[in-house]
Design a binder for this molecule. Structure first.
Ligand SMILES: NC(=O)c1ccc[n+]([C@@H]2O[C@H](COP(=O)([O-])OP(=O)(O)OC[C@H]3O[C@@H](n4cnc5c(N)ncnc54)[C@H](OP(=O)(O)O)[C@@H]3O)[C@@H](O)[C@H]2O)c1
Length: 79
């Protein structure tokens, strides 16, 4: 599952909630990615719950930075 803004306050809560309910894999994206404050502790907690975590840099408003985060996801719609 992909959580955009996943390194933020609400994103972190959602990630922990999903991990607590057995999510196997979570992709957390934000502009800061792995440099976001507190993301190491968040990722460690999710991993301890048995969830595989990827923290990636992706700017939601910038399609080119997004498709690489979810292999197999369809390419962004062309306008
Ligand atoms: N917390 C609340 O009680 C509350 C209540 C109602 C509504 N909201 C709304 O819910 C949203 C999230 O709130 P929050 O408290 O979790 O805020 P937050 O802690 O600042 O988290 C926002 C997350 O989104 C990422 N982000 C921001 N702009 C982005 C962009 N263009 N592309 C990719 N990632 C981006 C941020 O990381 P980077 O800055 O590194 O990109 C961060 O991970 C906000 O829009 C807020 O207004 C929050």
């Amino acid at each position: 599952m992909l959580i955009t803004g996943g390194t933020g306050a609400i994103g972190g809560h959602v990630a922990r909630w999903l991990a607590g309910r057995g999510a196997e894999r979570l992709v957390l994206t934000s502009r800061s990615g792995a440099f976001a404050a507190g993301v190491a502790a968040l990722a460690a907690g999710l991993a301890a719950a048995g969830t595989t975590v990827q923290v990636l840099v992706a700017t939601s408003a910038d399609a080119p930075t997004s498709p690489g985060c979810c292999p197999g996801s369809p390419p962004p719609a062309r306008r």
